[in-house]
Structures are given as C-alpha cells and as structure tokens.
Design a binder for this molecule. Structure first.
Ligand code: NAD
Length: 316
C-alpha cells in the first residue's frame, strides 16, 4: 500500500479512463492517482490537464507513471483496450482485449501488487475472469464493473417513468454486462414497496408489463443507442467506477452489482457475472442471494452459459 494511503493506478486513459480520472479528482476520492497508457502523450497530457484543476479540489497527487507504481497501489483500475464500434457486441472484443490484458496483468503482478483489481474493459465479465486467472489473486480482490451501469440505467429509467427520485428506486440488472443480462423485477422496490404494491397504491403510475419490457430493452440497448449517437459511452461508467473506488477505499460496504466469481450460487461456478455484492476495503465481502422467480433463474443460467462459452475462447 502507498505511504500516503489511497493510491489508484489507472491503466488506459481513453474516454472511459480519462472521465474516471476527472470524476476521482472532482469527488476527492483518492490521495494519489497514477496514469499509465501505451500512448504516453495521452497519459502525460491528461496528467497536466488534471493537475491544473488542483487549486479547486481536495489534495491529490497525479502523475504519469509506469508499472513499478503498482507495487504500492491500493487499487489498479483497467480501462485499457478496444471499445465497441457501431453494431459490434461486447463479446466481439474478446480476442483483442484478452491479449492486451494478459500483458497488462503480468506487468502489474511483476511489480509486487497486493491490492484490488477493478476491471471495466469489455467484455468485462470475461476479462475480469481472465484477470483473476492471470493474477492468481483471491477472487474477492478481482472485481469487474459488471452490471453496475446497467443497474443505474434501470433505476434511472424506472424513476423517470414513476416520477420518483432514482435513489429511492431499487432494482437490479444481473448476469452478463451485455445482451444476455436480465432485470430482477421480482425484487424491484420503490422506497421499500415492491412494484405490485406500489402499483396498487398508485394505479395511475403503475407500469404495465409492456412498459417494463420497454424500460428493460432501453437499459440493455443503451450502449448501442449512445454509440450510435456519439461513438462511445463513458460518463455513466466513470461515475460508477468512482463510486466503486470510494466504496473500497472508505470501506463503505455498499451493495453494488459488480462482476464477481460464482462459487456455487444458483448452481453456477467458475464464471464471473454481475450480482449484488457488499463491497469494502478488502473487495467483495458478500454476494447477496436473491430468491429469484423461476424465469429469472432460467435467464441467469442462460446468461452464465453465454459467458462460460466466451471464457472458453481465451488463452489462460
Ligand atoms: P478508448 O479507445 O478511448 O481508450 C482505450 C485506451 O486504452 C487508449 O487510450 C489506449 O491507448 C489504451 N490502451 C490500449 N492498449 C493498452 C495497453 N496495452 N496498455 C495501456 N494502455 C492501452 O476506449 P474507451 O472508450 O475508453 O473504452 C475502454 C473500454 O471500456 C472498452 O473496452 C469499452 O468497451 C469499455 N467500456 C466499459 C463500460 C462498462 O460498463 N464496463 C462502459 C463503457 C465502456
């Protein structure tokens, strides 16, 4: 761990990585931020630019570093690699990004790194699994962003539909961060009221089944829609990663839908996928067990199958 505490090393200063660095700076989350990118000019440029904001934020030391800086890192965040082009699925990126990851994780581990990996590069579940395998770290210290963003999108859209503050809307997307993900409607609640109870109390606002389907379709397809509009998505994930970072560094024990290793839950094992987890200073503290409706369980098992097949295509 770093002498000053709270060192984050960011690998990949592209659109997601740079937005995440900006979110960390603004929210005063880390004491040290090291930026590494194979494009050294981009890393250096971002470091200069971010440092010019220092008079206006909480103290933070930011520099363009190298892999030796990972030795004392509390968290290494990886956002390096190719992103989706229009019409491309996340799983289409598997070949390119798993090769990049093998090299990165080997370099990080060679530094003597003993902290927590946070992975955001797609396909995030498969690359988090690969990072766990390549690093040899215990699974609770290798975390993927999973369905954290999809869950945020669901809470936002449901809140918009019901005209309720998104922070009082609780609903999870679980499974793959990708096309086979699923909403857990059976546990969705608004301020503690399950959806059917909320609908009974507010019949004029109660979402019809086809409206719930449409909300979910907009969650699942959000990345495609944004990529069509502006080429890439980065602000939502950046804020989500900043929250995850804070949750770890401050030992918050928040419940977040991150990608974690299945170890027998729902009869699943040896695959990483998005599940609500308690997250703290040592990584994953607990994986929540949801009493899923039968059709949700079936969809989860199908999603895990997609991921397991994808895992099979990477060299481990
Ligand atoms: P980008 O192309 O803007 O940035 C990628 C960066 O990685 C570039 O700066 C590049 O130089 C760097 N890089 C590539 N290989 C490297 C290596 N070996 N070592 C160090 N740096 C390297 O892409 P982006 O838009 O920032 O997206 C990054 C990733 O994040 C993509 O895989 C994208 O699909 C993913 N993403 C994930 C989520 C999520 O919810 N998990 C959301 C949005 C994007």
């Amino acid at each position: 761990m770093s002498k000053s505490g709270d060192r984050v090393v960011l690998i990949g200063a592209g659109q997601v990585g740079a937005s995440y660095a900006f979110a960390l700076l603004n929210r005063g989350i880390a004491k040290e931020l090291v930026i590494i990118d194979k494009n050294q000019d981009k890393a250096l440029g971002d470091v200069k630019d971010l440092n010019h904001g220092l008079p206006f934020v909480s103290p933070i030391k930011i520099w363009a570093g190298d892999y030796s800086d990972c030795k004392d890192a509390d968290i290494v965040v990886i956002t390096a690699g190719a992103n989706q082009g229009p019409g491309e699925t996340r799983l289409d990126l598997i070949g390119k990004n798993s090769r990049i990851f093998q090299g990165i994780v080997e370099e990080v581990m060679a530094s003597g790194f003993k902290g927590i990996f946070l992975i955001a590069t797609n396909p995030v579940d498969v690359l988090t699994y690969a990072t766990w395998k390549y690093s040899g770290l215990p699974p609770e210290r290798v975390i993927g962003s999973g369905t954290i963003l999809d869950t945020a999108r669901l809470r936002y859209l449901l809140g918009q539909h019901l005209q309720v503050d998104t922070r009082n809307v609780h609903a999870y997307i679980i499974g793959e961060h990708g096309d086979s993900e699923l909403p857990v409607w059976s546990h969705a609640n608004i301020g503690g009221l399950r959806l059917p109870e909320y609908g009974q109390a507010n019949p004029e606002k109660a979402p019809k089944p086809e409206e719930l389907d449409e909300i979910f379709a907009n969650v699942r397809d959000a990345a495609y829609q944004i990529i069509q509009l502006k080429g890439a998505t980065y602000y939502g994930i950046a804020v989500a990663l900043a929250k995850l970072t804070k949750c770890i560094l401050r030992d918050e024990h928040s419940i977040l839908t991150v990608s974690t290793l299945m170890q027998g839950q729902y009869g699943l094992d040896d695959t990483y996928l998005g599940m609500p987890c308690v997250v703290g200073r040592n990584g994953i503290v607990d994986v929540l067990h949801l009493d899923l409706a039968p059709e949700e369980r079936e969809k989860l098992i199908a999603s895990a199958k997609v991921l397991k097949e994808a895992q099979g295509s990477i060299a481990l």
